[in-house]
Design a binder for this molecule. Structure first.
Ligand code: UDX
Ligand code: ADP
Length: 467
């Protein structure tokens, strides 16, 4: 059997590496139009950082796992074609800011229709608005070489940072489709390492909607605990204690109740906005408003964190150095898409702070690109003033200590493990006094920082007094 995956990104790359790893008899070709990305997959420095990924890629690359830009040839040869391209939120026209931009999916479908011969199983891997398969099927119906197709939906549930373990031992694999034979072919691939009872099969639309709904439910939990975190700060309750207490209720459960500076990542916001757009499309105004509030609460949490920093630093951060520890949207990834750090950084730069950023995996080029995007207005213009802020007020550091040197405030933005072992006394010696710590992830030992001399602000705990 031959598999082709179109899109060598955060989803396509790790997923195909795992399939190749588990299925010796299947040749897996990952193709992408971005030749730099393919070159990186074929090099010692992969474009995606995920614990365990490098080892699996190196063990299987050029054996039954191949990365190339030969899109057409591998479409032609494949029995199963995964579409794993990006579906960002639309930034123009109808549905701007909410709907998914399906132009990359459509281009793939057109390419497949153009070059395919024989029978192919097309698998939607990218997260898509419900009923996208209909569009894909209609495009595929116009094929010059008499090819035939079955379209399946097989949404990805892996979380970045734990992608390889999620792929190896998934809670479930979901496959939606109409053709029992096509479904069974894909089931048989996953069944090489996933127990059959964990492989769920549904109709196409249930599968597509389940992905959006799962992400909406997960994000909703975070927005719920973040909403409670604001109330905790007003009432001297402690959000970690509240989360622990409510999580003990087996109906609620303990996971995804960690209050934070806000959720990020390529999925949550995009998928909820997608859901909102879909509900509006079907005239379900109240349902749309309900889910939209999850995103609004997240925006509020990010803005609140930045505002609190400014307020605590005597209502001005102009000309002050703020150390930002972490920039990725979560630990163990180099992905920064929708990271809360981008928005907090923007708000601090707007207040004319100097932001000294250290992240173990994110490159300065990525940080600059994100900041340029977030400062660019609806007409695609980046004001000279904002460009200057990005060029002159952002400092890239190669350690937490370097970032903290002469800082007026230290902010934890990402929960990287290495931040937990920083020495509070050492950091205290580096920063300006009074020394302020803002823990946007509640991962540090706050008492130890208080004892070292810091004033500590923590999410859902407020400004701690050291008792
Ligand atoms: C998510 C889903 O978990 C995954 O199933 C889906 O396939 C893709 O979207 P991902 O975005 O990679 O995965 O990471 P996730 O672990 O869900 O974290 C998302 C964001 O929420 C991160 O910014 C994380 O820091 C934040 N988060 C998570 C919290 O703030 N608190 C929590 O309790 C959990
Ligand atoms: P995800 O997180 O969903 O994997 P990424 O943006 O990391 O998203 O990856 C998507 C990949 O899909 C990118 O590397 C992009 O170049 C690739 N891609 C987009 N459109 C096409 C296309 N028509 N043909 C081949 N590759 C494509």
């Amino acid at each position: 059997m031959k598999i082709c995956c179109i899109g060598a990104g955060y989803v396509g790359g790790p997923t195909m590496a795992m399939i190749a790893h588990k299925c010796d008899d299947i040749d897996v070709h990952v193709v992408d139009i971005n030749s730099d990305r393919i070159a990186a997959w074929n090099s010692g420095t992969l474009p995606v950082y995920e614990p365990g990924l490098q080892e699996i890629v190196e063990a299987n690359r050029d054996r039954n796992l191949f990365f190339s830009t030969e899109v057409d040839a591998h479409i032609r040869d494949a029995d199963i074609i995964f579409i794993s391209v990006n579906t960002p939120t639309k930034q123009y026209g109808v549905g701007k800011g909410k709907a998914a931009d399906l132009k990359f999916i459509e281009l793939c479908a057109r390419r497949i229709a153009e070059v395919a011969v024989g029978h192919k199983i097309i698998v939607e891997k990218s997260t898509l608005p419900v009923r996208t398969a209909e569009t894909v099927k209609r495009i595929l119906a116009n094929t010059p070489h008499g090819a035939t197709f079955d379209v399946l939906s097989n949404p990805e549930f892996l979380a970045e940072g734990t992608a390889m373990t999620d792929l190896e031992a998934p809670d479930r694999v979901l496959i939606g489709g109409e053709s029992a034979a096509a479904i069974e072919t894909l089931v048989s691939v996953y069944a090489r390492w996933v127990a059959r009872e964990r492989i769920l099969t549904t109709n196409l639309w249930s599968s597509e909607l389940s992905k959006l709904a799962a992400n909406a439910f997960l994000a909703q939990r975070i927005s719920s605990i973040n909403a409670i975190s604001a109330l905790c700060e007003a009432t001297q309750a402690d959000v970690d204690e509240v989360a622990h207490a409510i999580g003990k209720d087996s109906r609620i459960g303990p996971k995804f109740l960690k209050a934070s500076v806000g959720f990020g990542g390529s999925c949550f916001q995009k998928d909820i906005l997608n859901l909102v757009y879909l509900c509006e499309h079907y005239g379900l105004t109240e349902v749309a408003e309900y889910w939209n509030q999850v995103v609004k609460m997240n925006d509020y949490q990010k803005a609140r964190f930045a505002r609190n920093m400014v307020k605590t630093l005597f209502n001005t951060v102009s000309g002050k150095r703020i150390a930002m520890l972490g920039y990725a949207f979560k630990k163990d990834t180099n992905d920064t898409r929708e990271s809360a750090a981008i928005y907090v950084c923007r708000d601090l730069l707007t207040e004319q702070a100097n932001v000294a950023i250290y992240d173990p995996k994110v490159t300065p080029a990525q940080i600059k690109a994100d900041l340029k995007t977030v400062f660019t207005n609806g007409n695609g213009e980046l004001a000279a003033r904002d460009r200057k802020l990005i060029e002159e007020n952002v400092i890239f550091c190669s350690s937490a200590q370097e970032a903290a040197k002469d800082a007026h405030g230290v902010a934890v933005m990402t929960e990287w493990d290495e931040f937990k072992t920083l020495d509070p006394a050492e950091l205290y010696g580096l920063v300006y006094k009074p020394a302020f710590l803002f823990d946007g992830r509640n991962i540090l030992d706050h008492n130890a920082y208080l004892q070292a001399g810091f004033e500590v602000y923590a999410i859902g705990k407020g400004l701690l007094d050291g008792e």
